[in-house]
Structures are given as C-alpha cells and as structure tokens.
Design a protein around this ligand. Structure first.
Ligand code: F6P
Length: 319
C-alpha cells in the first residue's frame, strides 16, 4: 500500500488531532503518502482532501476538536454517495483508510470496505460506548471536564444547602456520568443502565438531610432523563431547593488529557501498522493496557456495558 488517507467523522472529541498526527507520522516513517480528508464523509464525497506532511500536523497534539473538520453526512448513507466517495479515493490512488470516530463512523467505514477500500478504525468519542475497548479517545478529557464542573458546583451547593443536579452527555450510555459522579463524590448517579425511582430519590434526600447532610450532588446521564424535570420534581415533592446545570458541548472541547494523547497515539500507530500489513474491517481497541484488534462487526454490533463494580462502589461511597 503506497497511499492511505485519514478521516475524522461524526461528533468530534479531544484527542482526534493527536490520532491524526500519529497516523500521518507513522505512515510517513513507513514511506507511505498520507491524505487528510476534510469534514468527514461529506468531504470524501465532495473530493475535499489534501496531502499531509509532517509539518501539516505540527502544533496540533494539544488542541481539542479536529483540524480536518468533521460532519454527519446523510448522503453517505446512500449507495450513490458512497460510490462517489470511493471514486474520489481511487482517482488519487488511495487504497486504505484510518477512520477516527464513533459507532456511526465505523459503521460507515464498513460499508466502504464492501466497495473495495480497506480500513482500520479508531474509537473516537467522549461517550466510551464502543464495545471491544476499555476506553475511547476523548472520554478521559470529557470526564475530567465534567469533574471540574462538579467540583465547582459542590462549592456553591454547600454554601446554599441546595440539591445540585448535573446533566452530562453520553448518548444512551452512562460511562461519563458514572465515572465523573464517582470521582466527584455524587450522592446519586443516574444512568440509563440502572432504573431509578424519583420518589425514592426524594425519600433518601430527606433522610440524608435529617442525618445532617447539608447539600447533595446528583449526576444524571442525558440518556437517563432530564435534569431539569427531575429538579422540578424534587422541588415540588421534597420541598428542597434545587439548581440544574446541563454541561452540554463543553464536554466535547478542550485540550486532551495526557491519557487521551497517549491513547490516541498508540492506537493510531497500531492502526497504520496493521493497515499496511493488509488488514481491514478491524478497530484497534485498548484492553488491559494493550492495543488489540477488534473485528469491526463486534465493535459496532455489540453493546458495551458499564462496569458493575464501579457502579456498586459508587453506591457504597455515596452513603
Ligand atoms: O457522541 C458524542 C455526543 O457528544 C453525545 O454525548 C451527544 O449525545 C451527542 O454527541 C451530541 O451530538 P451533536 O454534537 O450532534 O449535538
């Protein structure tokens, strides 16, 4: 393989730039030409791509977002859209792809390989919801951002004796809420994977007040419900003063943490190596501190669960 391309697709996440940088520099070290595709699959269809050299990926390892841009493309979901994308790659002699993104982006790559383009995927999403990897690129940074917010909200919650509700991202999955909530000492962590009862939450909040607890932090994953409506419910039902913070896209930005930069760099190196060996239809995951090959059908087809031990521990420590 003499030419490959790198693409970031779907929602951005901190660490994508570190992954692009490593992809480019490892490929160049193997004497392979690297193209950067702009704005995800939409850019692939539009033929918006350029050759990258070592200098084009300088000064980006510390930056959030993705300097290539990203998008969610409706046209790519159609066969003619994908055929156009493949034609644009073939015209330039590009035989392989490193795809950095979440489940939707990796599923897209699978469709491309059906049309003859080899690819290796990297799990890039703040949600940590991809099967086959302990961590996804961007998760650690997002969790640290959420934790920083929880720490600050704790100050003001304690000053006023309020119930503070913090809604975090994660789509249908509770990894961000569980990890940030555990590290932030939340009293309740509400995630889609574990049903909860609003009335019971009110009962426990009042019981903890009676035992001398002055304020409470509730972390709720967006997939588990709305912090706004739960806050309203607690105010009405328990008569406690509540305030709500929805962290939103703040969790998607910022300089990537050390863990995310190293993870992105290691995964990308393995991805390029295996792509050049002729491998395709795999994702590189990170399990037990090792880069591992994951069949793409598993990565996009199986549901990743939360760690039940972490959830149990959070319950014990919140007493
Ligand atoms: O998948 C990453 C994520 O940030 C989710 O946590 C969130 O639900 C979604 O993307 C938001 O998507 P958008 O940026 O398109 O609003």
């Amino acid at each position: 393989m003499k030419k490959i391309a790198v693409i970031t697709s779907g929602g951005d996440c901190p660490g994508m730039n570190a992954a692009i940088r490593a992809t480019v520099r490892v490929a160049l070290a193997h004497g392979v030409e690297v193209w950067g595709i702009k704005n995800g699959y939409a850019g692939m269809i539009a033929g918006d791509m350029t050759v990258l050299d070592s200098r084009s990926v300088g000064d980006i390892i510390q930056k959030g977002g993705t300097f290539l841009g990203t998008a969610r493309s409706e046209e790519f979901k159609t066969l003619p859209g994908r055929q156009q994308a493949v034609a644009n790659l073939e015209k330039r002699g590009i035989e392989g792809l490193v795809v950095i993104g979440g489940e939707g982006s990796l599923t897209g790559a699978k469709h491309l390989s059906e049309l003859g383009i080899k690819f290796v995927g990297l799990p890039g999403t703040i949600d940590n919801d991809i099967w086959g990897t302990d961590y996804t690129i961007g998760f650690d940074t997002a969790v640290n951002t959420a934790l920083d917010a929880i720490n600050k909200l704790r100050d003001t919650a304690s000053a006023h004796g309020r119930v503070m509700l913090v809604e975090v991202m994660g789509r249908d999955c509770g990894w961000i809420a569980l990890t940030a909530g555990l590290a932030g000492g939340a009293e309740f962590i509400l995630i889609p994977e574990a049903p909860f009862n609003q009335e019971e939450i009110c009962r426990q909040l009042l019981a903890s007040r009676a035992k001398g607890k002055q304020y409470s932090i509730i972390v709720i994953a967006e997939g588990a419900g709305s912090a706004m409506s739960l806050g309203q419910y607690i105010r009405t039902k328990a008569g406690l003063e509540t305030r709500v913070s929805v962290l939103g896209h703040i969790q998607r930005g910022g300089a990537p943490t050390v863990s995310d930069r190293i993870l992105a760099s290691r995964l990308a190196e393995t991805a390029v190596r295996l792509l050049l060996e002729g491998k395709t239809d795999i994702m590189i995951g990170y399990r037990n501190n090792q880069c591992v090959e994951v069949p793409i059908a598993d990565a996009v087809g199986k549901k990743k669960d939360i760690d039940p031990e972490l959830y149990r521990l959070a319950g014990v420590l919140s007493q």
